[in-house]
Ligand binder design. Structure first.
Ligand code: SF4
Length: 328
């Protein structure tokens, strides 16, 4: 690991000013992904600005029934919160599907959104990778393709986003709150991530020095009937080949509300808006679930090594909606 300096600023404003003004500086919260990447010299910040003590570790109930989650809340604290387990079970299940108990104790909600891809070529500094070093090429296209994206990829990068939590947040219409050099702003999780076609080296729309301070979950009665399912190569401590976050309301046999997002298939949590539109108002039958999943996946572009993800995603969506219909 290359030597680096460490600072512990007294407030958010100084942390933002420092990172905004120094291209070689980086925020540090739980550090569970950043420090790994520093050890491999994939990332080499010269200054780490510790913000863990500056961002809230509280989960507050909002007027109207939503929740505001401080960016410093740990993944385990959020998964265990009784309000999350009862009103947003998909989020608790997604968090518990990620990493290990020890990592979840350290990892923060803010940092979870900003995890870097686990594409093996991104993590190997001897290989070409447009995300790590723009313009060098993409070793994954002709390499190991099993984990790559089938939706929204570009010629320059086919990597997938690794977060389970963010998939559930996307399905729940969560909103991220930030403080940056230009002040405060709110960003829908579904708008947080950039297309790899616009330059894969930047994962999100956040500006240099912009810090995630909280995330808000809107009140959502349908979220009480929600689930997360993660399909992966082994039962724990593995990233999703395909995952599905879903919430469903069925009345008189028809779908009256539905939320659907996919993980492991794109550079970001993939909100399945086409499938949602295809389902709304239609009878909650397996045939309609299958047709909706196929409509969503019609735009999929697979490589030889990840083509299995298309039927896997379709079948996981159908199976999840069937389960939720039985529960509803
Ligand atoms: Fe790099 Fe993206 Fe290609 Fe992986 S898929 S090697 S992250 S450019």
């Amino acid at each position: 690991m290359k030597p680096f300096a460490y600072e512990r600023p007294v407030d958010v404003s100084s942390a933002v000013t420092t990172v905004a003004g120094r291209p070689e500086a980086s925020f540090l919260a739980g550090g569970t992904n950043l420090v790994d990447l520093m050890k491999m010299e994939v990332l080499t910040p010269e200054l780490l600005v510790d913000v863990r003590h500056l961002v809230s570790r509280r989960i507050e109930t909002l007027t109207g029934g939503g929740l505001r989650i401080g960016a410093g809340v740990s993944n385990n604290e959020l998964a265990a919160d009784r309000r999350i387990r009862r009103r947003y079970p998909v989020l608790s299940q997604a968090l518990l599907a990620g990493a290990s108990y020890q990592l979840r104790n350290l990892a923060t909600v803010g940092g979870n959104f900003l995890q870097r891809t686990r594409c093996p070529y991104f993590r190997d500094v001897t290989m070409p990778c447009n995300k790590r070093e723009p313009g060098t090429g993409c070793a994954a296209r002709d390499g190991h393709q099993r984990d790559l994206a089938v939706l929204g990829a570009s010629d320059s990068c086919v990597a997938t986003h690794p977060s389970d939590m963010a998939v559930a947040m996307a399905a729940l219409d969560a909103v991220v709150h930030t403080v940056g050099p230009s002040g405060e702003r709110s960003i829908q999780v579904n708008e947080l991530y950039r297309s790899p076609a616009d330059g894969p080296e930047r994962d999100t729309v956040l500006e240099r020095g912009e810090l995630i301070t909280a995330v808000e979950l809107p009140a959502s009665p349908v979220a009480a009937t929600s689930r997360y399912r993660k399909v992966r190569d082994r039962a724990s401590y593995a990233f999703a080949l395909v995952s599905v976050a879903a919430a469903l309301e069925v009345r008189d046999g028809s779908v009256t509300e539905v939320r659907l997002a996919l993980g492991g298939v794109a550079h970001k949590p993939w909100r399945a808006a086409t499938a949602e539109r295809a389902l709304l108002g239609r009878p909650a039958t397996e045939a309609n679930f299958r047709a909706a999943a196929e409509a969503e996946l019609a735009a999929a572009q697979a490589l030889a090594g990840n083509a299995f993800k298309v039927p896997l995603a379709r079948n996981t969506i159908v199976s999840m909606l069937r389960t939720l219909t039985e529960e509803a």
